[in-house]
Design a binder for this molecule. Structure first.
Ligand code: ADP
Length: 184
C-alpha cells in the first residue's frame, strides 16, 4: 500500500504515520525527520537546510524531490510506504506522480488529517519537543506557508479520487481507529 499522510503542521502526521507503519508493516518516510536528523548530524544536507527549517520556510522543491526520489529507489520501499511531509507543494505532487508513473505504480490513499487552526497552534506550542521551529512566530509562519503552498496539494489529489478525510481531533487511539477503518 502506498499512502500519503497530509495535514497542517501539528496535525499529528508523524504520530499517526508511525502507527500506520507498524500496523501495516510498511516503511515510514518523513522528509521533516530526514532534514532534522541531517541537521543534528551536521551532514552536507543538514548544513544546506538548517537556516530554512529554523525559519519555518520550505526547502526548495528540486532538493526535496531529488531526496525522495533517491530514497524510494531503496528496495525496502518496493512493497509500499507511508509518506509524511511530502508532497508539500503542487510541483512536488507533480514530480511524485512522475516518479510513480516511471515505476508503473500509483498512490492508493491520500489521508487528509483535518484539524482546526486554533487546535494546531495549541498542540505545537505544548508538544515540547524542543524543535527550533516550534516558537509562536515560526508556527505562525509555517501555518501561513501551509495555507499558501501546501493546501493546494489537496485539490490536486481530489482530482485523482484518492483523498480520505480523517477527523484529526480526539485521542491518538481514536484518530488511529478512524484511519484503520478507512484503510480496510
Ligand atoms: P510540520 O508538518 O510540523 O511542519 P515536518 O517534520 O513535516 O513538520 O517538517 C518540518 C520542516 O521541514 C518544514 O517546516 C520544512 O522546512 C521542511 N520540510 C519537510 N518536508 C518538506 C517538503 N516536502 N518540502 C519542503 N520543505 C519540507
Amino acid at each position: 500500500m502506498r499512502i500519503v499522510i497530509f495535514g497542517p503542521p501539528g496535525a499529528g502526521k508523524g504520530t499517526q504515520a508511525k502507527l500506520i507503519s507498524e500496523e501495516y508493516d510498511i516503511p515510514h518516510l518523513s522528509t521533516g525527520e530526514i532534514f532534522r536528523s541531517a541537521i543534528k548530524n551536521e551532514t552536507e544536507l543538514g548544513k544546506e537546510v538548517k537556516a530554512i527549517l529554523d525559519a519555518g520556510e520550505l526547502v526548495p522543491d528540486d532538493k526535496v524531490v531529488a531526496l525522495v526520489k533517491e530514497k524510494l529507489k531503496e528496495s525496502k520501499y518496493d512493497g509500499g510506504y507511508i509518506l509524511d511531509g511530502f508532497p508539500r507543494t503542487v510541483p512536488q505532487a507533480e514530480a511524485f506522480d512522475q516518479i510513480l508513473n516511471e515505476k508503473g505504480k500509483r498512490l492508493d490513499v491520500f489521508l487528509q488529517l483535518d484539524v482546526p487552526e486554533e487546535e494546531l497552534v495549541k498542540r505545537i506550542l505544548s508538544r515540547g519537543e524542543g524543535r527550533s521551529d516550534d516558537t509562536p512566530q515560526k508556527v505562525k509562519n509555517r501555518l501561513k506557508i501551509y495555507q499558501k503552498e501546501t493546501q493546494p496539494v489537496l485539490d490536486y489529489y481530489k482530482k485523482q479520487d484518492v483523498v480520505k478525510k480523517i477527523d484529526g481531533v480526539g485521542s491518538i487511539e481514536e484518530i488511529f481507529d478512524r484511519i484503520k477503518k478507512v484503510l480496510q
